[in-house]
Structures are given as C-alpha cells and as structure tokens.
Design a protein around this ligand. Structure first.
Ligand code: ADP
Length: 517
C-alpha cells in the first residue's frame, strides 16, 4: 500500500546516496592524481605528499640486528628485530607504560624515560647487548658497537632528513613541554648519550613507510604501503624527479626513487569530489576536526560505525512511521561513536558466513548490495538459512546495542545489515581509488584499463583491522580496482598484510639509513 511505498522510497533514497557509479570512481581517481601532482609540487597542500628521504626498499636478502622504538599510542614499544636474510625476521618486543605525568611533563624527562626503556630492554630481553652489530651493509657510523635504532613516531613532524624531523604538534593526549619545534631524533639521541647507551637513532619512520618496507622485505619488493585501521594513509615509491618541491636539493639531484608519505586521509578536504550524504555531514560537523581528513572519514574504522549509526537513527526517527526498532533507541545508539565498526563488521560476518553453499565471497556484492532479497516485506519468502542468519544478526543487535528483544524484528536485522553494507561498500570502493591513483601515478596502469598484463606482480602491503577483519572489504575493493585499471593489471596486484609494520618497518628503515650512509 501507500505506507509501504513511502517506506520503500526512504530506503531507496538512502541506497541511492551511497552508490558510487563507475563515472564517479573515475572522477575521484583523476582528482587524486591531480592532488598528488599539487602535493609533489608544493608544501602546505592538503595532500601533503611528504618526502621521507627513504630512497630504496629492501629485497629480503638483508641481514642484521636492529632496534625499533614505537611511540604514538597508549604504550611505548621496544623491539629487537633480527633480519634473517631469507625474507623472514625474528622479533622480540616489550611494552612500557607512558604515564600521564610523562606525557605532559618536561620533554627531557619523557625522552629520558624512552632511553631508560631501551636500556631496560637491552638488559633484560635483547641478544644484541654488548655484541657488535653485524649487518650485510657497511655501517658508516662512528662506533661499530652501536646498535642502530629506528623510531616510529606517530605525531606530526616535518621531516628534513631520514634521521631528522621537527615536532610540529602533539596529539592524542601528549603535551610534553619544550618539545615542539625541536628535532625528535636529537631529543632521543641526547637522552641515549646522557645514559651512555650504545644505541644510535638513525631513522625516523612513519607507519605507512614501515608497512611498505616490511612487506618489501617479506615479498621481495613493494610499491605501496597502506593503512586501513583507525585511520587511513598510504606511502609509495615515487621517482625523485617527480617530487618537484625538493627543488635542486641534493636529495633531488641524486635522482632515483624516494618513498613519499601521501597523507591521503586529507584528500578532498575542499569537499568537491566525494559524494557526501547528510550522514557524512553530521559526522564531520560533530568531529573534533571538521573539514579535515575528509577522505579518512569515508573510509576508516573510526568512522564507518558512526556513519551507520547516523543512518540507523534517521530510520528510527523516520516519518510518518519509524522504520527501525519500533521507534526505540538505546544508550549505545544515542552515544557519539557508540556503534563501533567492529559491530557492523560482526553483523556483516553473520550474514556472509551463513550463506550455506555460497560461503565463497560473492564478487557481485561489490557494486550493488542486494538488500531487496532480504528485505522486510518478504521475511516469509526467505529460506530457512536466510532466517537463521537474520536471527543471528538480531541477537548481535540485542546484545551489542542493548536493544529490547521485543523491539527488534528480523526485518530490522535485514535493514541494519543493508545499512552496514552500504557504508562499507562505499568505503571499499573509495579505497580502490587511492590504490588505482598510485598505480597510474607510477605508470603501472592507465585509468580505464588498456595496460597490458605486467610481467611481475605489483606488491601492495597493507595493515589495519578494517582491511584485516571487515568481511569482503578486499573483495569489494578489488572489484572496484579492476573497474578502474582493468583486469590485466588488477590480477597482478598482490595485496597482503605487512607483518608488523611499526616494529620491523622501523628496523628496516634503520637498515636503509645505514645503506644510504
Ligand atoms: P590502529 O589503526 O589504531 O593501529 P587497528 O588497525 O586495530 O588500530 O584499527 C582499529 C579500528 O578498527 C577501530 O576503529 C575499530 O573500530 C576497527 N575494528 C576493530 N575490529 C574490527 C573488525 N573486526 N572489523 C572491522 N573493523 C574493526
């Protein structure tokens, strides 16, 4: 009847807003390429395209023992990484707490604590103590007994050399005094020297670069490292001649390649290209960084649950009649960021893993989620298998969203699953544009296809819970990638997890620093 048509129209409208057709994908990829170009040409562009001064990638034959220090979250992590020379490495690690007092006190006290932690690690856990480092490359540093260390520092820095970078601001609850504007490597090295530790910080590493280097070591080569976790970002191997903002600096005139950290999460901060819905606008307005990290807000783990929450709330409040949960909400649903991406991931998993014979991920779900099949009017027409998976989703909703069982129907379960798939599918398709842009930028593909099949695989290393755990994320991403660069190229793109990008990656960056002298 009329009510039914009205309800259907509301859902159709939402679905329509989240669809990204082929033309839109092409346009977005073209804009990416334009922004790459602008960022490589100038500083202070939203797509920062930060030169990392890493001018080579490992091939997996390198050997040696390195330390890695990872500061950026709740914990401080110290690792000892032993490269075995056969694409494999051994890693020992220890975590140390960083107290509030350390985060907000004097920088020297914080860096002394970092040095103390490395000292404690070397005493208790490391096999490198006192023994000279032997690597497969000549160590140009003063003392052959110094252990080289790579620092993963996940705060904004302006990097000026592999082992030099000014701290721009603190984030994530850190506010140590007298640090901003100083070289973070110097701060750390001074602390090592004060304690007479035989450790030399030779490299400052971003986690995307670590991901790229770690995958290169395992796979033998790597073009692109991508993070799809709380946030999203990517780094790739660029021709130095294209990094025109380096001008005539020695780094540029030497030629060759350099890894560039794109900071692609900030793509489209001017919001001209991405298909923004009211649900996205609400998220952006209520975020701590409105109009910043625009691309990231469509893609990453921090936001997908929140976009879905916004859709669900609009359906709970739909007029003339609620379209969900009989118009009732709950504490998690009423809470900003109260719907974690892990929950919509669980909902989709319950749906995808319950398909009986069709357990294999369906490629076609990439472009058009088939919500009609499980839609509200036809619950009677569903197979017993479909009912079973909707019941599982219903249980998840009752449990995780603290909804009253009497307010959650199978139809509600189907609608939540549908909303989750719209949001995740759009994220996966947009992720493909970032990867496609890098393939085109590096002449591995032409936009629209038509490139002959490459002779060698193109290796992409990835990290992050979203790409690791979200059901079908990679399948959906690959389907879009294929539509952008053609099947011949897509099938040679090898997307795999990078093992421990921040630990092994930092160690490999230290190795690279020694190689580069
Ligand atoms: P980080 O990027 O901070 O290093 P992760 O890679 O673990 O950490 O990403 C954390 C993000 O991933 C969170 O936003 C979380 O919501 C999301 N997440 C956690 N588990 C899952 C899951 N099973 N499926 C999809 N996303 C998840």
């Amino acid at each position: 009847g009329a009510t039914h048509d009205a309800e259907r129209k509301i859902l159709d409208d939402i679905e329509h807003q989240f669809q990204l057709g082929q033309d839109a994908l092409i346009k977005i990829t073209e804009q990416f390429l334009e922004d790459f170009r602008l960022g490589l040409g100038d500083y202070n562009h939203p797509m920062a395209m930060i030169p990392t001064f890493v001018t080579g990638v490992p091939d997996g034959t390198e050997t040696g023992t390195f330390l890695a220090l990872d500061l950026g979250g709740t914990n401080l992590r110290v690792c000892e990484v032993t490269l075995l020379g056969n694409h494999d490495f051994r890693l020992r690690q220890q975590k140390y707490k960083v107290s509030e007092a350390l985060k907000t006190g004097e920088a020297t006290v914080l860096f002394d604590y970092l040095a103390d932690s490395v000292d404690a690690f070397l005493t208790e856990f490391s096999s490198a103590t006192g023994s000279p480092v032997s690597t497969s490359v000549a160590n140009p540093f003063d003392s052959p007994t110094e252990v080289p260390l790579g620092l993963t520092f996940s705060f904004p820095v302006e990097q000026t050399a592999l082992n030099e970078g000014k701290i721009l601001t603190w984030t994530k609850g850190f506010a140590a005094k007298n640090a901003i504007g100083n070289d973070v490597v110097r701060l750390l090295q001074d602390a090592f020297d004060r304690k007479h530790l035989h450790v030399r910080c030779v490299a400052l590493v971003n986690d995307t670069v670590g991901t790229l280097l770690s995958r290169a070591y395992t796979a033998g080569s790597c073009l692109l490292g991508g993070i799809f976790g709380t946030g999203t970002n990517g780094a790739f191997v660029e021709q130095v001649s294209n990094i025109t903002k380096l001008g005539n600096s020695p780094a540029r005139t030497k030629g060759g390649v350099m890894i560039v950290n794109t900071e692609w999460g900030a793509f489209n901060n001017t919001r001209t290209t991405l298909p923004t819905t009211p649900y996205d606008n609400k998220l952006d307005r209520e975020s701590i960084n409105p109009r910043k990290q625009a691309f990231e807000k469509f893609i990453s783990g921090m936001y997908l649950g929140e976009i879905t929450r916004n859709i669900l709330l609009s359906l709970i409040d739909a007029s003339p009649r609620p379209l969900l949960f009989d118009g009732s909400s709950s504490a998690p649903l009423n809470t900003h960021y109260g719907l974690d991406t892990a929950i919509i991931s669980e909902v989709e998993y319950a749906w995808e893993s319950g398909r009986g014979d069709e357990v294999a991920p369906q490629k076609s779900s990439g472009s058009k989620p088939n919500w009609q099949s499980a839609h509200f009017t036809d619950v009677d027409a569903l197979s017993p298998q479909d009912i079973a998976r909707l019941e599982r989703i219903r249980d998840i909703l009752i449990q995780r969203l603290q909804l009253a069982p009497e307010n959650v129907t199978l139809r509600d379960a189907a609608i939540v699953r549908w909303a989750a798939s719209l949001v995740a599918n759009r994220a996966a398709r947009l992720s493909a544009t970032a990867i496609a842009a890098v393939l085109v930028q590096t002449s591995h593909a032409k936009l629209g296809g038509g490139t002959p099949e490459p002779k060698e695989n193109i290796v992409v290393g990835v990290d992050g819970s979203l790409i690791q755990h979200y059901p079908n994320f990679q399948t959906r991403l690959r389907a879009s990638l294929q539509s952008l660069v053609g099947e011949a190229v897509e099938k040679r793109v090898e997307i795999d997890l990078a093992k421990d990008g921040s630990g092994a990656g930092a160690a490999l960056c230290a190795l690279q620093a020694i190689k580069q002298g």
